[in-house]
Ligand binder design. Structure first.
Ligand code: AKG
Ligand code: FE2
Length: 341
């Protein structure tokens, strides 16, 4: 079978009454989750000017001098918010690090919020850069965008519940006080003579439930196709969201749904901007295999784990606190085996 790009799915029926088109949407989503773990979503009602604004504010931040950006380092003050310098992440562990810089934002919660006081995973205050021409604009756009994407994520999960023959509200508890991370990303163009191993972001799967990614028109995102064993480009569709399933979905569905390897290589000669939104749910929620997905003989492949424990472990893996484990996981990937042998 010829490998194809992940499908483009029209979300319009979600906003309308029950009808054949809505049933068809559920079928399309189910097919995408089983065969690709990825799809592009169009007609999702997030205004294009809000999408343009978040990309614009992101560029403004990354254009600041490095000393200013470092003032907002993610390493200062905890809460997983703020600036992450070039090459800080290194998914494939075969170069000096991924050729991108980032800025992490979440829902802005004050220090006295009960979930922050209780040190729940991923809950806390944002950092907002003061040195921009219009700092209030950055703040408003980031907060509005985060809240719009939180609603979209809940809508998508409602439809994904239907694909699993569950009630629409099946993921409601999961969506309470969610860990939801907005990551502004800037990929400088890679040098023409860069190593073949140079990556904007190395091959990885996402940790959470779903990721909703806005990419500019540069291109460079690729997904791994397990059947044809090749990397497939995800061609930018203006205004669309690239949605992919994270590891939690595999745990829930006992691997019926895919959490697919993906990477970015920016050979365009231009800088690339993207904004993934990672929706990982309520830190106290126990992710366990859905009864309908248990295997008749083998039961569930993965033991139950809370969102908080799962996320903390996965972050530790990618940020080097458990480097050996991360390398061990990468070795399982076909591409890595090929390159090593
Ligand atoms: O920038 C992109 O297109 C992908 C980013 C990504 O995969 C991630 O941040 O997990
Ligand atoms: Fe990713």
């Amino acid at each position: 079978m010829e490998a194809k790009e992940p499908p483009i799915i029209d979300f319009t029926p979600f906003y309308g009454p029950e009808c054949a088109a809505k049933e068809n949407l559920v079928k399309e989503l189910k097919h995408a989750c089983q065969e690709y773990g990825f799809f592009q979503l169009v007609n999702h009602t997030i205004p294009s000017d809000l999408q343009g604004s978040i990309l614009h504010q992101s560029k403004k931040f990354f254009d600041l001098p490095i000393e200013v950006k470092e003032k907002y380092s993610k390493d200062i003050g905890g809460f997983n918010r703020g600036y992450e310098r070039l090459r800080a992440q290194n998914f494939e562990k075969r170069t000096k690090g991924d050729l991108k810089e980032g800025f992490y934002l979440g829902k802005n919660l004050p220090l006295e919020d009960p979930n922050v006081v209780a040190r729940k995973f991923g809950q806390g205050p944002n950092k907002y850069p003061e040195e921009l021409d219009d700092p209030a604009k950055f703040r408003n756009v980031a907060d509005d965008y985060h809240s719009a994407l939180t609603s979209l994520a809940m809508g998508i999960l409602q439809m994904l519940a239907r694909t699993l023959d569950l009630e629409d509200d099946a993921f409601n508890e999961f969506c309470q006080h969610p860990v939801a991370v907005l990551r502004l990303l800037h990929y400088p163009p890679q040098e023409p003579d860069a190593s073949e191993l140079e990556r904007g972001i190395g091959a990885h799967t996402d940790f959470g439930a779903i990721t909703i990614l806005l990419q500019d028109t540069t291109g460079g995102l690729q997904v791994w196709n397990n059947i044809s064993s090749e990397w497939i480009d995800v061609t930018p569709v203006p205004g669309a969201y690239v949605v992919n399933l994270g590891n939690m979905m595999m745990r829930w569905t006992n691997d019926r749904y895919l959490s697919t390897l993906h990477r970015v290589i920016n050979k365009s000669g231009k800088e690339r901007f993207s904004v993934p939104f990672f929706f990982s749910g309520n830190p106290d929620y126990m992710v366990r295999c859905l009864p309908s997905c248990e295997d008749a003989r083998e039961g569930a492949k993965y033991p139950p784990i809370t969102v908080g424990e799962w996320m903390a472990g996965r972050y530790a893996d990618t940020y080097g606190t458990s480097e050996e484990k991360a390398i061990g996981e990468l070795r399982k990937e076909p591409e890595a085996r090929k390159l090593e042998s």
